[in-house]
Design a protein around this ligand. Structure first.
Ligand SMILES: Cc1ncc(C[n+]2csc(CCOP(=O)(O)OP(=O)(O)O)c2C)c(N)n1
Ligand SMILES: [Mg+2]
Length: 337
């Protein structure tokens, strides 16, 4: 039976840096990891203080998000799920815009065309056909644009996943499918999701390449995505990347995983968390200094403080907005009160 190798691609365990990355790239990757980590940790705190609504935690998913977006140009598109709810930060989107989104404020509804970033999508897998349609359309227009879309292991059981990947394969759409395999769909384990030995095996059925990487290794995710982006841009079609790890934080702020998760596994995973692992790698190479690390953290914290202050200073939306675009012809009596 044809099978993608079960091995995970890794870079951080060695001492070799990908040729395509300069020292300043390595530090920029670090800065982005810290920015996302800080956003996530602060957002959970703000949620606990009642300052934002329910929040999808992405603690330890930062390496996937940073690694898979770094090979992109600003003309390329990103299609996130709720798990990549702060991905705009990698393109300089202000934290308040993203905090507004999690506060349910329309100021968080950015125009995708302003950032080449699709809206944060909650219905599972529906961002996948969006990415494919955009990428195919750009190709038909002769624009050299690539789309990267993120989704979870659970999303691979959805029709939209299969429709999207098959459509991309047959049209040769320039898309990179990044599957964040954290092995849980809320409380449903991967074993209840599929009998396939790996999710990357699904690529075989569509006739596209499938690769597996260590999802806590930012450089491995970067390398796999860079190759996939090059293929896509060269007209060689889509690639499926499975970034494997084990969810080390709750699904979201409304979840208590102690009821179902393997806590020993969580501890192991936290011990190799992705920001610290990259920090250790860069220090071993002599690239990262205390000064840079402290400045990256301080800048991220300042940006978050300013972000929540700006979000909270924005007047609440007009309640009428609930009904805008809801009715062409309002029902009788609708406007009476
Ligand atoms: C179409 C649809 N069905 C069900 C849900 C409820 N739901 C929210 S998150 C989630 C789990 C998704 O798991 P996975 O795709 O692995 O992504 P992860 O949350 O692990 O990043 C489900 C079922 C939903 N949002 N959309
Ligand atoms: Mg999952």
């Amino acid at each position: 039976m044809a099978q993608v190798t079960l091995e995970l691609r890794r870079v951080l365990d060695g001492d070799t840096v990908p040729d395509s990355l300069t020292e300043s790239d390595l530090l920029e990757l670090y800065r982005r990891l810290v920015l996302l980590r800080t956003f996530d940790e602060r957002a959970v705190m703000y949620q606990r203080q009642g300052r934002i609504g329910t929040y999808a935690i992405f603690w330890n998913h930062e390496a996937i998000q940073v690694g898979a977006t770094y090979p992109l140009t600003d003309d390329d598109w990103i299609f996130p799920s709720y798990r990549e709810g702060a991905i705009g930060l990698v393109r300089g989107m202000p934290p308040e815009t993203l905090l507004h989104w999690w506060r349910g404020h329309p100021a968080g509804w950015w125009n995708p065309a302003d950032w080449n970033i699709g809206s944060i999508v909650v219905p599972i897998a529906t961002q996948i056909p969006h990415a494919v349609g955009l990428a195919w359309g750009k190709r038909l227009r002769g624009e050299p644009v690539v789309a990267v879309t993120f989704f979870g292991d659970g999303a691979t059981s959805e029709g939209a996943f299969h429709e999207g990947v098959n459509f991309a394969a047959v049209t040769g759409a320039p898309v990179v499918f990044v599957c964040n395999n954290n092995q849980w769909a809320i409380s449903t384990p991967l074993s209840a999701q599929t009998r396939a030995a790996s999710l990357a095996d699904k690529a075989i059925g569509y006739g596209i390449p499938g690769v597996r990487v260590d999802g806590l290794d930012v450089l491995a995710v970067y390398e796999a995505t860079r190759e996939a982006v090059e293929r896509a841009r060269a007209g060689d079609g889509p690639t499926f990347i499975e970034a494997v790890h084990y969810r080390a934080a709750p699904h979201g702020t409304a979840d208590d995983p102690r009821a179902y998760i393997d806590l020993a596994r969580v501890e192991e995973e936290r011990a190799r968390e992705c920001v610290g692992r990259y920090d250790t790698f860069l220090r071993r190479l002599g690239v990262l200094t205390d000064e840079f690390a402290q400045a990256a953290k301080a800048d991220a914290e300042t940006a978050m403080r300013a972000g929540i202050a700006a979000a909270e200073a924005t007047p609440p939306p007009d309640p009428e907005l609930l009904f805008s675009n809801a009715y062409v012809d309002p029902p009788p009596g609708f406007n009476d009160g």
